[in-house]
Design a protein around this ligand. Structure first.
Ligand code: SF4
Length: 410
């Protein structure tokens, strides 16, 4: 994408006009989006942008903001990629390297059920068996061919324990998605960025073949062809520029127009980690996070579920609540954010209070959004639909789980 670079600055009045059009039409084109993004420091422009996105959100989503009580299961922190901002992935000889046993999964699930969580988030490194012989042997010793065999068994344990899995295991083939689908309420892959520039030497994704944008777009497309309720998102601040962020959002919009399968888009600011090559990178500014949540809302339209993780932006939650998001993502009473362990979850009561202070109400959801559960039943295989419905209220919000097997519940 080669967008014309904005020549003249945008003033508040012009911003009001273009944002008004975007709210009324339910979308924003790339040239105008770049003009807004380039001018968020001009007086009044960011406020106008956030107010417009907030209005767009309220048009379709009303005054509800959702949150998912979840458990985070990092099934393995080994990964074949080496993104230069990542502190999650460990080398096999590290004392912190760990791959979960099914007993550990079951223990976490019990903790989740006991604390009212419905979502079991399976998040892990990409295909470590490709890079590490020790991991291949670990899998073989337990009768698994690949890490995805372990993920499948972990999902079954979570379902048996009374929770609903959502898997983000990196790049999956069509066959792998088909195998995991009956045991997952929804699945996901962060697009992160469609910038091919970041695959260049010295850039964040140089040693990360699975971060090739073409590979990620292909998996989004294949998940759409399989009609899997899918989570995606942007990672902000890893070296991409405004134009590349807009290109990423436009790509997500095209994928959604093609398949209608993206149920949420996460806007995630990158936090520099001390142990990584990108430790000296300046964190993204608060204003930028607010602006990109707002631009995501306006580009993807009022129906999209837009999420910003509250633990990654603790100083600006009041502003974020009024910038177009309708979801705070997963918050866990049991597990830490293993991707950003330095960033604690906010207390649920505090999140409720600040959401209410913005004139909205906080409601619990599961890994499937209420409008999808009630409005898109064809996306769920019959058994999973029963499980998801069992853990939902009549309005589609989360119901506190109890340990009950499928047979007991039938
Ligand atoms: S960010 Fe994800 S893909 Fe990249 S090294 Fe870390 S775990 Fe692997």
């Amino acid at each position: 994408m080669n967008l014309p670079q904005p020549e003249a600055p945008l003033n508040r009045t012009e911003a009001e006009s273009v944002v008004r059009t975007a709210v009324d039409e339910g979308t924003l084109d790339s040239v105008v989006a770049l003009r807004l993004a380039s001018n968020i420091r001009s007086e009044g422009v960011l406020e106008v942008l956030a107010e417009g996105a907030f209005e767009s959100k309220r048009k379709f989503k009303g005054d509800v903001v959702t949150v998912s009580r979840n458990i985070f299961l990092p099934l393995t922190n080994l990964c074949r990629n080496r993104c230069t901002y990542c502190s999650f992935a460990k080398q096999p000889d590290s004392a912190e390297a760990h791959t979960y046993s099914l007993e550990e999964v079951a223990e976490c699930v019990r903790g989740g059920v006991a604390t009212g969580c419905t979502e079991a988030l399976m998040c892990l490194g990409d295909k470590p068996e490709v890079a590490y012989r020790s991991h291949r042997e670990w899998l073989k010793d337990r009768g698994y061919r690949t890490t995805i065999d372990l993920v499948l068994e972990a999902c079954k344990v979570a379902v048996e324990g009374g929770m609903l899995p959502h898997t983000n295991a990196g790049i999956l083939s069509v066959e792998e998605m088909e195998v995991l689908r009956p045991w997952n309420a929804s699945m996901g892959l962060m697009m992160e960025t469609t910038s091919t520039r970041l695959r260049g030497k010295g850039m964040a994704h140089f040693h990360a073949p699975d971060k090739d944008p073409a590979v990620r777009i292909r998996m989004h497309d294949e998940a759409g062809q399989l009609r899997i309720p899918f989570t995606s998102g942007l990672l902000l601040g890893i070296g991409e520029n405004d134009e590349e962020r807009i290109e990423t959002l436009m790509t997500l919009r095209e994928l959604q127009e093609r398949h209608q399968h993206i149920q949420e888009v996460i806007v995630q600011p990158f936090h520099p980690k001390p142990s990584t090559p990108m430790r000296a990178t300046a964190p993204i500014r608060d204003d930028e996070v607010v602006a990109w949540v707002a631009l995501t809302r306006l580009i993807l339209g009022p129906e999209m579920n837009v999420q910003a993780p509250p633990n990654l932006a603790p100083r600006m939650l009041e502003r974020l609540a009024r910038s177009g998001l309708n979801d705070w993502g997963g918050v866990s009473p049991v597990t830490v954010d293993f991707i950003n362990p330095e960033a604690p979850w906010p207390a649920m009561e505090g999140l409720r209070e600040l959401t209410e202070a913005s004139g909205q109400v906080l409601k619990d959801r599961g890994p499937v959004y209420p409008d999808w559960l009630l409005g898109r039943p064809e996306l769920f295989q019959p058994e999973m639909r029963k499980r998801v419905t069992r853990l939902a209220t009549d309005e589609g919000y989360a119901r506190r789980p109890t340990h009950q097997s499928d047979e007991e519940a039938a």
